[in-house]
Design a protein around this ligand. Structure first.
Ligand code: DC
Length: 228
C-alpha cells in the first residue's frame, strides 16, 4: 500500500505550518515543512555570499543543504539544524522569508529540492505543507487541503505573533509584505501557488484553530475509511 500523504497548501501566514505540526503529532505521522527548505536555501546562500541571481549556484546550495529536522513528539514543532547549527529562529525572519520567496521562483532550485521532499514520505504517513505539495510534489496525496484567509486576517495573526515575541511591528507593513509575497508565489512560472483540482479549499478568515483542526481531521478520517 502506498504511504498516505495529507497535503496542506496556501499563502503566507495562513496557519499551514501550525496545522501541519499539530496533525503530524496527533496522527504520529512524519512532517514536511517544505517552506523551511526554501528558507534554508536562502540562509545558506546568504552565509555563502551567493547572489540571488546566480541561479546555478543557488540550485547547488539547495542540492547540497546539510539539514536535520528534529521534531518534538508532543507538539510536532521542529528544531532545524543547518550544518549542525540550530537555525530554527534564524530562518523565520521576514528578510529570510522574502529571500525564500525569490529563491523559490527559480525552476532549478525547485527541481533540486524535489527528491529531498519526496523522501519524507515514509510509513505510517506524511503531513506536508507548502505551496505546490498537492499540485507538484505529491499529486497523488490522499487528502489535499488548500487554506485561505484574507490578507488582512493573515497580517493581523502575524502582527499578534510578533507582539507576543515583543518584536516591534507595523500592521500595514506586514499586510503589504504578505500581499507582495502572495503575488510573487502565485504568479511565478514554475509551480505557482494554486489549489490542486481535487483540493478542499478552506477559508479560515473567521475560523478558530480548533475549528480548522476539526475540519482537517474530518476530511482525513473520511478518506482513510474509503481506502480501508
Ligand atoms: O511557507 P513559508 O512561508 O515558510 O515559505 C517560504 C517561501 O518558500 C514562500 O514565500 C514560498 C516558498 N515555498 C514554495 O515556493 N513552495 C513550497 N512548497 C513552500 C514554500
Amino acid at each position: 500500500m502506498t504511504v498516505p500523504v495529507l497535503s496542506i497548501d496556501g499563502p503566507s501566514g495562513v496557519g499551514k505550518g501550525t496545522l501541519a505540526a499539530w496533525l503530524a503529532a496527533h496522527l504520529g505521522w512524519h512532517l514536511l515543512d517544505s517552506g523551511a527548505l526554501y528558507r534554508l536555501t536562502a540562509l545558506a546562500i546568504q552565509n555563502q555570499r551567493v547572489p540571488l541571481d546566480d541561479e546555478l549556484a543557488v540550485a547547488e546550495a539547495a542540492a547540497g543543504l546539510d539539514v536535520v529536522f528534529a521534531p518534538d513528539a508532543a507538539t510536532g514543532l521542529q528544531t532545524v539544524f543547518l550544518n549542525q547549527v540550530d537555525v530554527t529562529d534564524a530562518i523565520r525572519t521576514e528578510t529570510i522569508g522574502n529571500a525564500a520567496s525569490r529563491v523559490a521562483a527559480l525552476p532549478t532550485v525547485r527541481a533540486a529540492l524535489l527528491d529531498r521532499q519526496r523522501a519524507f514520505r515514509r510509513s505510517p504517513g506524511l503531513v506536508a505543507d507548502g505551496r505546490d505539495i498537492g499540485t507538484v510534489v505529491f499529486p497523488d496525496a490522499l487528502v489535499k487541503l488548500f487554506l485561505t484567509a484574507s490578507a488582512g486576517a493573515r497580517a493581523k495573526r502575524r502582527y499578534n505573533q510578533l507582539m507576543i515575541k515583543k518584536n516591534g511591528a507595523n500592521l500595514a507593513d506586514i499586510e503589504r509584505e504578505i500581499t507582495e509575497r502572495d503575488q510573487r508565489d502565485a504568479n511565478r512560472a514554475t509551480a505557482p501557488l494554486r489549489p490542486a483540482a481535487d483540493a478542499f479549499t478552506l477559508d479560515t478568515t473567521t475560523l478558530t484553530i480548533d475549528q480548522v483542526r476539526e475540519r482537517a481531521l474530518e476530511l482525513l478520517t473520511i478518506s482513510l475509511q474509503s481506502i480501508d
